[in-house]
Write a protein that binds this ligand. Structure first.
Ligand SMILES: C[S@@+](CC[C@H](N)C(=O)[O-])C[C@H]1O[C@@H](n2cnc3c(N)ncnc32)[C@H](O)[C@@H]1O
Length: 227
């Protein structure tokens, strides 16, 4: 009997640790833990993600290009990681603008810096938290935040900051976690309708949810033009 209890206790502890550190990536232990986990995995991140150029053109470049306004446009990418958005966007000859990538993990930013070297001063990488973006208000016509919101403890403050940095009339492209694991983010899971309502509560309009990757939807919304 005792060994059954011991095995059950060990299995429960392992499941709890897996949920805390792998499934939810330290979210319930605070943002420092989330960022530290990215710091220590930064050198392996690209190997884990295995980006395919053709896929990224469809998933990242095409949706963003659809909203870039005018020449020399500025795109801000919040939680840029190893620079996925700036890299694939700047690699595309149709984009002649600049990108600012912000991330809280210095390890991820160091990798991004290396990978983005060929793009020179068309990209600026900035260390900072999504909840207090180190950027002026209303500077960009497109702001992206991919595969990250679910790992930010204070997602409301982060979204408020993204809306602040967008110009009136600008477009937000943000992902909603939608796989089975999304429901393990207790107290934070939102259906597409709830996620769109969450964006509207933060001052955005016309949110539309698009199927994107197997584990994420891409949700696109506008910041109203000031009248
Ligand atoms: C799953 S990666 C996504 C990176 C990139 N957007 C992509 O699609 O490849 C999540 C990124 O969010 C960053 N991050 C996590 N919490 C953050 C926060 N509060 N503020 C800014 N960056 C954060 C991590 O350092 C990590 O680089």
């Amino acid at each position: 009997m005792i060994w059954i209890i011991a095995v059950a206790t060990i299995l429960t502890a392992c499941a709890l640790l897996y949920w805390l550190f792998i499934t939810t990536e330290g979210l319930y232990l605070g943002r420092r833990m989330v960022v530290w986990l990215y710091d220590i995995t930064a050198s392996r991140y690209e190997g884990i993600k295995k980006y395919v150029v053709e896929d990224e053109e469809l998933l990242v470049v095409e949706p963003i290009l659809g909203y870039v306004q005018g020449d020399n446009a500025l795109v801000v990418d919040v939680a840029t990681g190893t620079g996925r958005v700036p890299r694939f966007l700047l690699d595309d000859s149709r984009f002649d603008g600049r990108v600012i990538g912000v991330d809280a993990s210095r390890g991820m930013l160091r990798r991004a810096q290396l990978l983005l070297q060929p793009h020179g001063d068309r990209v600026l990488l900035v260390h900072g938290f999504a909840e207090a973006l180190p950027l002026p208000s209303a500077i960009c016509s497109v702001l992206s935040c991919l595969e990250t919101l679910e790992f930010i403890p204070d997602e409301s403050t982060a979204l408020h900051e993204m809306v602040r940095v967008l110009k009136p009339g600008g477009t937000l492209l943000i992902t909603r976690r939608c796989d089975r694991e999304a429901r393990l983010f207790f107290g934070r899971f939102r259906t597409p309708q709830q996620f769109e309502a969450f964006l509207v509560q933060h001052g955005l309009e016309y949110p539309v949810t698009h199927p994107w990757q197997s584990n994420y939807d891409l949700v696109i919304a506008n910041k109203p033009v000031v009248r």
